[in-house]
Design a protein around this ligand. Structure first.
Ligand SMILES: Nc1ncnc2c1ncn2[C@@H]1O[C@H](COP(=O)(O)OP(=O)(O)OP(=O)(O)O)[C@@H](O)[C@H]1O
Ligand SMILES: [Mg+2]
Length: 275
């Protein structure tokens, strides 16, 4: 499904960027706290969240609904201001909205319905005032990566759910972000499409080795995709447990039936139930 040119090209870009340093964490979240005040009462959503992602790591955060996952990811993306703490990419504190350093794929479908698939993918490139020729080249490239070249001129309403999320992923990747942030990107898909998308995302990551921080409440999805998992507890949201996923890098869906996989799932489910 993937164009093999992708491999060489992106790796070259990340080493050429001059910011990539394999000895330094790609992403650091330091002492992040977030509270909301609600009718005079303080609601502590996140309390002292600390973690790091190494370059090219794929890490998932899992937690029950309402524990603060989206709040945390939105803080990392720069869409929400933390009450305290700092987010660093390549050792530099980040401020403001997602840009070329942090690409975001949101919960649910967030394509612009009035723009074609190509125009959706080009959106961030246009904002960055990239030349039209370069935009065309990048859009064509990422359309190919997500296997949607024939749908370049289609509108989002003409696409299936899985295709829409592939466009959203292409849109985020087109900016060639240092870190790809994903908030339940497959949450709205049926079970079979979701599994296809998991396999697709894993292949994409194996080819690109983009650093990914993804949120999901699907425990199997987290284990299948990631190298490390953080389990969040709620009220207030804290990182309760860190679980390394020592499964082979080259994974296929059948791995979900292996005893190693089932054992990791058991540990996470225990933690989520507060046992
Ligand atoms: N703008 C806001 N004002 C007040 N409270 C908020 C705000 N945004 C989020 N919250 C509260 O923060 C908590 C965490 O919300 P968040 O959306 O981060 O949870 P989540 O883990 O992503 O849940 P889900 O799995 O359902 O997406 C919830 O209790 C929510 O009510
Ligand atoms: Mg959420």
């Amino acid at each position: 499904m993937l164009d093999t040119r992708f491999n060489g090209q992106l790796r070259e870009q990340s080493t050429q960027s001059g910011r990539a340093d394999l000895n330094q964490p790609k992403l650091e979240v330091r002492e992040i706290c977030k509270s909301y005040s609600n009718r005079g009462k303080e609601l502590v959503v996140l309390e002292k969240i600390n973690f790091q992602l190494d370059p090219r790591e794929f890490v998932c955060l899992v937690g029950v609904s309402g524990c603060g996952k989206s709040t945390l990811l939105n803080i990392v993306a720069g869409l929400t201001t933390p009450s305290a703490g700092q987010v660093l990419v390549d050792g530099q504190a980040v401020t403001g909205r997602p840009g070329s350093d942090r690409g975001m794929v949101f919960q649910g479908y967030t394509l612009y319905p009035w723009l074609t698939v190509s125009q959706n993918i080009a959106f961030g490139l246009q904002l960055r005032k990239m030349s039209k020729a370069e935009q065309r080249e990048r859009v064509a490239y990422y359309l190919n990566v997500v296997g949607l070249t024939q749908f370049a001129k289609a509108y989002p309403k003409q696409l299936s759910g899985g295709m829409k999320q592939r466009v959203a992923i292409a849109r985020a990747l087109a900016n060639e972000p240092e870190v790809l942030l994903m908030d339940e990107p497959f949450g709205a898909l049926d079970a079979q499409t979701k599994e296809q998308m998991q396999q697709f995302l894993l292949e994409l990551w194996e080819q690109t080795h983009t650093t990914v921080l993804m949120i999901t409440h699907d425990v199997e999805e987290a284990i299948f995709l990631s190298q490390r998992i953080y389990v969040m507890s709620s009220h207030p949201g804290r990182l309760q447990l860190e679980i390394p996923v020592n499964l082979p890098a080259n994974r296929h869906l059948e791995i979900k039936l292996s005893s190693e996989f089932v054992e990791i799932k058991r540990q996470i489910l225990h933690a989520l139930r507060g046992e």
